[in-house]
Design a protein around this ligand. Sequence first.
Ligand SMILES: Nc1ncnc2c1ncn2[C@@H]1O[C@H](COP(=O)(O)OP(=O)(O)O)[C@@H](O)[C@H]1O
Ligand SMILES: [Mg+2]
Length: 282
Amino acid sequence: MKDVFIAAKDLTYVYRRSNTGGYKALSGINLTVKTGEFLAIIGSNGSGKSTLARHFNGLLKPSSGSVTVAGMDTASVENTWEIRRLVGMVFQNPDNQIVSSLVEEDAAFGAENLGLPPEEVKKRVAETLRLVGLTPYARHAPHLLSGGQKQKLAIAGVLAMCPTCLVLDEPTSMLDPAGRMELMETLIHLNRDMLVTVVLVTHFMEEAVLADRVVVLSDGEIALSGPPVEIFTEVELLEELGLQLPTALKIAHGLRQRGFSLPLDILTINDLLAYCKNVLVG
Ligand SMILES: Nc1ncnc2c1ncn2[C@@H]1O[C@H](COP(=O)(O)OP(=O)(O)O)[C@@H](O)[C@H]1O
Ligand SMILES: [Mg+2]
């Protein structure tokens, strides 16, 4: 059993609105993220995904209930610094995350702010740029990178702070399909090979199927939670929650409805192709 890294207990969050009182964006959330896990959070617009993600590094504090990171309560200010270092955030818009005019300086920003010696920062930046595949661009201007490369740069900057966990809030939503695919490959590599815990908020189901576990939010509550094979076979329920199924799952579901007995672990186009090939050849 892996260690619990983030734990939300009875987490409720109310946005204060001066004219209408409060708006309850999260209610009674109980959720743990384990060290080394790749967790996807999905849900329709306004279901509370960003609000939840912002609790994971203390950007937002619970209105009631609690969130702990590595056992530290996010509500205590004395934990804020360490929690921000352990949990790196990457946001939707890659352009808003650029702070320097040179890729390697941009990636160094967070690590420098930790007060590390310059040689150590340099070493870490070289390593993290390599990890995300941006070494050839170290001396380039960040604004000339593609959207996907900018997101990788944001990730490199966070990784240089040696976090345990990356929380990414729809990092691929402004990328083209090729950029999305590449970013997903980077995240999977970081999770599998570098043992970084990943929490990915996404509205692309094709990305969520690649996670170890999927949490579905609806109106600020957890509607479903489980491994992708369990979640993505709840076809009717997902559609009721306003979520678009990935094409491979739609095809598999359609074939099952027409009497074909397809295995339940067909989640991607590649799974589907492998199955078809087996049936045709085998
Ligand atoms: N700063 C804010 N002030 C008031 N209400 C907000 C604020 N941010 C989000 N909300 C509301 O909280 C709900 C959840 O928002 P959010 O967490 O951004 O959802 P998601 O990321 O799933 O689209 C929405 O109804 C949204 O309108
Ligand atoms: Mg959001």
